[in-house]
Ligand binder design. Sequence first.
Ligand SMILES: Cc1ncc(COP(=O)(O)O)c(C=O)c1O
Length: 395
Amino acid sequence: MMKRIFLSVPHLCGREIEYIRAALDSNWVAPLGPNVDAFEDELKGYLGRYVVALSSGTAALHLALLACGVGRGDEVITQSFTFCATANPVVYLGATPVFVDSERDSWNIDPDLMEEAINDRVAKTGKTPKAIIPVSLFGMPYQIDRILEVADRYGIPVVEDAAEGLGSRFDGRLVGTFGKFGIFSFNGNKIITTSGGGALVCGSVGEKEKIKWYATQAREEYPFYQHEAVGYNYRLSNVSAGIGLGQMTVLEEHIAYRKRVRELYGKLLADVPGIEVHDNPDPRYDSNFWLTTVTIDPSVRIRGQEDAYKGSKPRTGFEPGNNVEALRVFLDKAGIEARPLWKPLHRQPVFKDAPAYLNGVSDGLFEVGLCLPSCPNVSTEDIRHIVQMIKDSIA
Ligand SMILES: Cc1ncc(COP(=O)(O)O)c(C=O)c1O
């Protein structure tokens, strides 16, 4: 049977089982325990800030926004070009996401447009947005210096969605450590995994304790169950944290590998006109290249592109170009998983009523972009094969 090459799947180092076994042997099979504490300590050592281990990156965003005081009737500025998990927690809290488009170089939130959006929201609603969520898309850092400068001027806290950006740096500093809060995801497809899990990064013990309290049903300190606020069941399992501890031993390796993957695609695709591999815009950016992404010019003709969408599901009215879909299908048939870029959230029916400040960048990228297999399970041979398949697909 043909081997399938996946976009991004877990890469275990083998030591995970030691920590899982310790959890089972000691009967710490619960959403707390020594592995959770040790995983938080390891992350704190790496990031240099306080960390709360949680059940997912989405849960981390939810609690970060809650801790920023986001509630019913508020607005939160988010990057439109992202996965739905960035904006869903805004809605969980009864608030409205306000989508801001991207800048061309990093593909992340455009700080000028963001400031325009803030001013317009204040003019229209009389209220300043309650938080700003930039997103490290595909691992690429955002212009955090400009974002913080604007946010500080308006007194708005920044929650960094660094779910995809563990190990990425801007001006030498790790993303996720700049804002009031930062979040990471340890889903199976991320830089490191706990199967499912996430982390919230904060600047003080007080904030850490408050987040832990929210994440454990807001239980008060009494010998009986006393609750004075609505809480959540969001802590990470001690078994899952064991996977995370094993993964921490190979974090730097995983980051280095994904960077090498990006480099190799760049080298091998350099002679293909119309296909461009996304890169760090300037030396301040140091992406972990969680996924290597390419843009395919509409002039590149891919075999079978005339029939690209024939027989597919009902059209949604806004889709990647025919050549991009044809390339995806061509690779799929060759056993290679490729995926379009995130469809901008202002284009998602579920968010159709949310305010959006647009400049065409994320729409344009969605129409021409594709993510390529990028994880440590993808060998040099695999990448050579993938690039050969891309070349073969061109008509
Ligand atoms: C940009 C972004 N934000 C948030 C999340 C949510 O993380 P999780 O899947 O751990 O809830 C993800 C990943 O899934 C993501 O890619």
